[in-house]
Design a protein around this ligand. Structure first.
Ligand SMILES: Nc1ncnc2c1ncn2[C@@H]1O[C@H](COP(=O)(O)OP(=O)(O)O)[C@@H](O)[C@H]1O
Ligand SMILES: [Mg+2]
Length: 296
């Protein structure tokens, strides 16, 4: 595989070599470098009883008590929900600590798919199918338990060149009526952006955007603001690949991207949720493509 898979997550903070200092210790946790800071949590590498882990902790600089409570509740909810599931492509909980709210997770080897795609630009069709198959099985596992992830995107996937693992369940919840707006702008299904009844099909859309990006090197939509998925249909992925790499020549693009994979990705990005395949169907189709000799 090209380039060699990373053996650990990529540091994302400027001062990544310096262990992140917390005023309040979590007993048993030796924190290492900061990987990521979001609105509610700091994600650090660390060790727990000698085991390499990643800890997602409430940010210490949140002072407003209501906001602290919301952030803590979010982290604990994420941990409790993750404890209900068990799948090789879903991150595992090592420990959940209430004060200060901390979710200790297994360290998944590899780098985020966002970083992987930034470095490699695209994945060969068969490798993309293998990644998609693993993640579709993870989604099938969640959907059978009445859980939606709601934020499937490259930054929430860790990949080591073989195993792809879904992380970051902070938006996960049961299907049903919900307010619009939650999710990541260009990766969120139209019905989730709008709000209303949201089902498992929204996660299939998210995985569709990941696969579209992985096989074509481009996102299905590019607008720098707003939600183009509410008004536009993506260019079919084979056409997008032909345009970006082969001067519009579809036949040359087809050598790189088998039609059955392209049409599956296009169906995953259907505007209407009922027109999208289920995660189970996606997994079964991708499994065949990943295992066949037809895909280059
Ligand atoms: N268990 C893990 N193993 C390896 N890397 C992880 C793990 N959890 C998180 N990361 C890294 O930290 C980043 C942020 O974690 P994430 O759970 O997505 O937090 P946030 O809710 O702040 O987005 C991820 O993009 C990934 O690079
Ligand atoms: Mg995330």
């Amino acid at each position: 595989m090209d380039p060699a898979p990373a053996s650990s997550v990529e540091p994302q903070a400027a001062d990544a070599a310096v262990p992140h200092a917390f005023a309040e210790a979590v007993p048993g946790l030796a924190p290492g470098v900061l990987l990521h800071r979001s609105r509610h949590a700091d994600t650090v590498r660390g060790t727990w009883g000698g085991r390499a882990v990643v800890a997602k902790r409430i940010r210490e600089d949140i002072v407003d008590p209501d906001e602290r409570q919301r952030a803590a509740r979010g982290i604990l909810r994420e941990g409790l929900l993750l404890r209900r599931v068990s799948h090789p492509s879903i991150v595992r909980v090592a420990r959940l600590v209430e004060h200060p709210a901390t979710l200790v997770l297994e360290l998944v080897p590899g780098r985020s798919m966002r970083e992987e795609l930034r470095l490699r630009r695209r994945l060969p069709a068969r490798e993309a199918a293998s990644v998609g198959w693993q993640l579709a099985e993870a989604l099938e596992h969640l959907h059978r338990r009445w859980i939606l992830h709601r934020d499937v995107k490259p930054a929430n996937i860790v990949y080591d060149g073989h195993r792809a693992v879904l992380i970051d369940f902070h938006l996960a919840k049961e299907p049903g009526p919900m307010r619009g707006g939650a999710g990541t702008r260009l990766f969120t299904a139209p019905e989730q952006v709008r709000g209303g009844h949201v089902t498992a099909a929204a996660d299939v859309w998210g995985l569709g955007t990941v696969l579209y990006r992985a096989v074509s090197g481009r996102l299905p939509f590019h607008a720098t603001e707003g939600h183009p998925q509410l008004t536009e249909r993506p260019v079919p992925v084979l056409q997008r690949l032909a345009d970006s790499r082969f001067g519009g020549d579809l036949r040359r693009a087809e050598v790189d991207l088998p039609r059955e994979l392209a049409s599956l990705v296009d169906r995953m990005l259907s505007t209407h949720p009922d027109a999208r395949p289920s995660a189970a169907e996606v997994a079964a189709t991708l499994r065949l493509i990943a295992g066949s000799d037809a895909a280059a």
